[in-house]
Design a protein around this ligand. Structure first.
Ligand code: ACM
Length: 278
């Protein structure tokens, strides 16, 4: 199958313009799956809760999800794209998955970054895997990458391709994702944005370099740092289902979860670990 990303520079608060731009880019693409950046319709650098309330949308009723559903139907592909989701009185930094048949599901960012913690509620649905026929997809958003557990859980749940909607500002993720793919033997599409957002006294620069990484850690495509770009690569889904490294090692079968208890112990806000009794 052909999977890829759309990299561009969203304009803060200009939802209609951003949707039009993305529509034109998707129109040009020949792919079965495309990933769009985090918060691609609104921009990233919110400076108040009011802005989040104004720009967030209900899913799937909102115009962003509706536009994605229309494009997925017209182009016969699946799309994953980030948006600010309103659900009752909660607000999530989310990514929706749509297919040619319509809306499929929503992932709500589990690990919020920096001032997102002021504006958004932490994701409350965990990490899910979706079977879209050609492959099984896992979704995560930007800063989720720095917690290896995100991609591990998705991979253990059977994801072949990780769709990684991003607005990256740190320089480490693109290289780290190569290791994430290697340790889980899955493909990953990181869709990043470009440009600098200046809002009030705040400024953030986004690193572009969206990429597609194979399950053997080959870098199949990496975009420029400041280009508007669509990147697409052929994905051999079966390769992600073979976790064997050699005749003696299978990356999943060789795991020793009986020694990994500490990974899932609850840690208090003070960093004190609750010890198991006995
Ligand atoms: C990020 O999570 N947008 C860095």
């Amino acid at each position: 199958m052909k999977a890829g990303f759309v990299q561009f520079e969203p304009l803060f608060g200009e939802v209609d313009k951003n949707l039009k731009r993305v529509e034109a880019l998707i129109e040009k693409a020949d792919a079965d799956l495309l990933v769009l950046p985090e918060l691609f319709n609104t921009g990233y650098l919110f400076t108040s809760k009011h802005e989040v309330i104004d720009l967030s949308e209900e899913v799937p009723e909102g115009k962003t999800t509706q536009m994605l559903c229309r494009m997925a139907r017209e182009k016969n592909l699946c799309l994953v794209g980030g948006l600010a989701e309103r659900s009752g009185n909660k607000f999530f930094n989310s990514a929706v998955l749509v297919s040619p048949e319509g809306y499929v599901s929503t992932y709500r960012k589990v690990h919020l970054f920096f001032e997102e913690t002021l504006w958004f509620d932490p994701g409350d649905k965990g990490f899910e895997v979706y079977d879209i026929g050609e492959c099984r997809l896992g979704i995560m958003i930007c800063f989720d990458w720095i917690f290896p557990e995100s991609m591990r859980v998705l991979s253990l749940k059977g994801a072949d391709i990780i769709c990684h909607s991003s607005n990256l500002v740190l320089p480490f993720c693109q290289d780290a994702m190569i290791t994430r793919c290697l340790e889980n033997r899955v493909f990953a599409v990181t869709a990043n944005r470009t440009g600098t957002e200046k809002r009030k006294d705040k400024s953030l620069h986004y690193t572009g370099k969206s990429q597609i990484v194979a399950s053997n850690a080959d870098l199949l495509y990496r975009a420029g740092g400041d280009t508007e770009e669509i990147g697409i690569a052929d994905i051999d889904v079966e390769a992600a289902r073979n976790k064997k490294l050699n005749d003696y090692n299978d990356l999943f079968k060789d795991r020793r979860p009986e020694f990994y208890d500490d990974l899932v112990k609850t840690v208090s806000a003070k960093g004190e670990r609750r010890m198991a009794k006995g």
